[in-house]
Design a protein around this ligand. Structure first.
Ligand code: HEM
Length: 539
């Protein structure tokens, strides 16, 4: 009943002496180290076991999970070895509460059908024509809210976490449903402050503002997100799978799907039949209409898989992007020089807006090409707070010369050696045949790999101009290959708009040490435990 390791791959000796595997050690490490969470613990094991491939036993009586800590092999598995590896049980189980969401599926016919409905939503025409102006308008409301809060708070910092949460929720809700979703939840906050009442003062001297009501879909997404963390950290995932459908959170998820069907799908069907398209849902249902016509059947607008995409994607796109915007703000607060450089880069990109003492318009934003320092800051934030990718072996195969049985889950660590600490030396003949034939990736300078330094992404071109180099060194924050992040383009667009408008509008002044913790919350997505800001309006 003790775990059975795969021969030749290092593991913690104590793990195979108990049916509980690595669980007791992991719980001990995590509870005794503030800020250390699941992904960090995994990265630490590869360092402790001093191997680019090791194995851990994360649930009692379980099969081993492989931890791969090498950028070139992870890139290879994600993008080139798709006959050996695919999305597998770990993700499917973790996202169980989301129903037929495509991230849970192997790359087969059902996955392809789901992706067909989503086909238009990452197209430049939809992103630039609909998502950018919508996001710009919503972030402008956040700017308005923080102006009001800054005025009422005087010199006191205040928590920005809930506002960022709401703004990102508003953005995702409108991505799918447009203005038909109703009033923005940031507007509800602004209204609440219209009495100009001074905020209360919290225990650390921070200004505390009241919280307005918010749509029930917001709570549902958080409930659903909690089930992902619950599943990933459950000692008994199979039991948890059976138990989740009985929880109040799960019932709320089902009720929300019914509500969205009633409120949004019906309205969208009318628009689609009238040939009108604006929000994401309209494009999805139009695709279904077109496919149904092609296949000579009635459209199935209420298909459970379409419903599952609304909640699944809203969750996948909300916490991840919000976390990175929050970390980026924390970094610019902690590093005033970076904030100054960023503002200077933004001002140089939009000289007319500086001259006219206003924000860059959405049209200017869309016309501008890359702003290297902004792109570097975003990339550096993702590098330091990445999300884990996983794959399962779909046939008996090998990694770094070791036999890997079919069905084995592999974590492609985005935060271990190669990324945040020096890579392991690996003999060329141990690498996969597909890795050997491509040029090895560039490596990070080993002296400062774990520190925050946006400059690492900048290079000078032949004309001596500074450019952003997305291949400057290893980065796996969005995963690789056909199962990499589907929403990457929207995420970049949102992060660029949000950071441009926020850093243009405010000087983010230093906050006291007691409010500037860089510790992350123990949830699946590396999110700051708290974020306090002290914004001083500029324009
Ligand atoms: C900074 C923000 C984001 C980060 C760091 C991030 C990261 C990731 C990662 C690491 C994966 C797994 C990739 C793999 O296994 O190779 C993923 C998958 C996914 N992401 Fe994102 N994501 C972000 C934003 C978004 C947004 C905004 C959306 C939607 C609008 C989105 C939708 C998805 C979906 C649907 C998948 C599943 C893809 C599949 O299974 O084929 N993500 N994301």
């Amino acid at each position: 009943i003790c775990p059975k390791p795969i021969p030749g791959i290092p593991y913690n000796a104590s793990a195979i002496r108990s049916p509980l595997g690595d669980v007791p050690g992991m719980i001990r490490d995590i509870t005794s180290t503030p800020g250390l969470y699941f992904n960090d613990w995994c990265a630490k094991q590869s360092q402790k076991l001093n191997s680019p491939l090791c194995q851990v036993f994360l649930t009692p009586f379980s099969k081993p999970i492989l931890l791969l800590a090498d950028y070139d092999e992870a890139l290879d598995i994600g993008s080139r070895r798709t006959d050996d590896f695919d999305r597998g049980t770990f993700m499917a189980d973790s996202f169980a509460a989301f129903g037929n969401f495509h991230t849970r599926m192997p790359t087969g016919p059902e996955f392809k059908a789901s992706r067909r409905w989503l086909q238009d939503l990452m197209a430049p025409s939809f992103l630039n024509g609909f998502v950018a102006p919508t996001t710009y308008a919503l972030v402008s409301r956040l700017v308005e809210l923080w102006r009001t809060k800054a005025r009422l708070a005087g010199d006191k910092p205040f928590s920005a976490g809930t506002d960022l949460d709401r703004a990102n929720f508003d953005i995702m809700a409108r991505f799918f449903f447009g203005e038909h979703f109703g009033r923005s939840s940031i507007d509800a906050q602004i209204e609440l402050l219209s009495d100009e009442k001074a905020p209360e003062v919290g225990p650390r001297g921070e200004a505390v503002f009241p919280e307005g009501a918010i749509d029930s879909v917001f709570y549902t997404l958080h409930d659903a997100g909690r089930t992902v963390t619950q599943m990933m950290t459950s000692l008994w995932p199979k039991l948890t799978l059976h138990w989740i459908p009985w929880t109040a959170g799960y019932r709320r998820i089902q009720a929300t799907k019914r509500q969205l069907t009633r409120d949004q799908v019906q309205k969208s069907i009318k628009r689609v039949r009238a040939g009108e398209k604006s929000a994401g849902i309209d494009y999805m249902l139009s695709r279904e209409l077109a496919v149904a016509e092609q296949e000579g059947r009635e459209p199935d607008f209420y298909n459970d898989m379409i419903m599952a995409e609304f909640l699944g994607i809203a969750y996948a796109g909300m916490d991840t992007t919000e976390a990175n915007i929050s970390w980026a703000l924390k970094f610019v607060i902690k590093h005033p020089k970076v904030q100054e450089n960023l503002r200077h880069a933004l001002h140089s990109a939009y000289p007319l807006a500086v001259q006219e003492n206003r924000l860059p318009t959405v049209a200017e934003f869309l016309r501008s090409t890359s702003i290297p320092y902004l792109d570097a800051l975003i990339e550096e934030t993702i590098r330091l707070h990445p999300v884990l990718s996983t794959r399962d072996a779909i046939r008996d195969t090998e990694i770094l010369g070791h036999h890997v049985p079919k069905g084995t889950t592999v974590f492609l660590l985005p935060n271990g050696p190669s990324f945040l600490s020096p890579p392991f030396p690996i003999a060329e003949n141990k690498r996969s045949s597909t890795t050997r034939v491509v040029k090895p990736s560039k490596k990070w300078n080993e002296t400062d790999m774990a520190s925050f330094n946006p400059e690492r992404w900048l290079v000078r071109n032949a004309q001596r101009d500074v450019e952003f180099d997305s291949t400057a060194g290893p980065q796996s924050g969005f995963g690789h290959g056909p199962r990499a992040c589907w929403g990457k383009r929207e995420a970049y667009l949102r992060m660029r708009i949000a950071l441009t408008l926020l850093v243009w509008s405010f000087d983010f002044l230093e906050v006291p040490e007691s409010m500037s913790s860089m510790v992350a919350r123990p949830v699946f997505v590396h999110t700051p435990e708290e974020i306090f800001i002290r914004p001083r309006p500029r324009v």
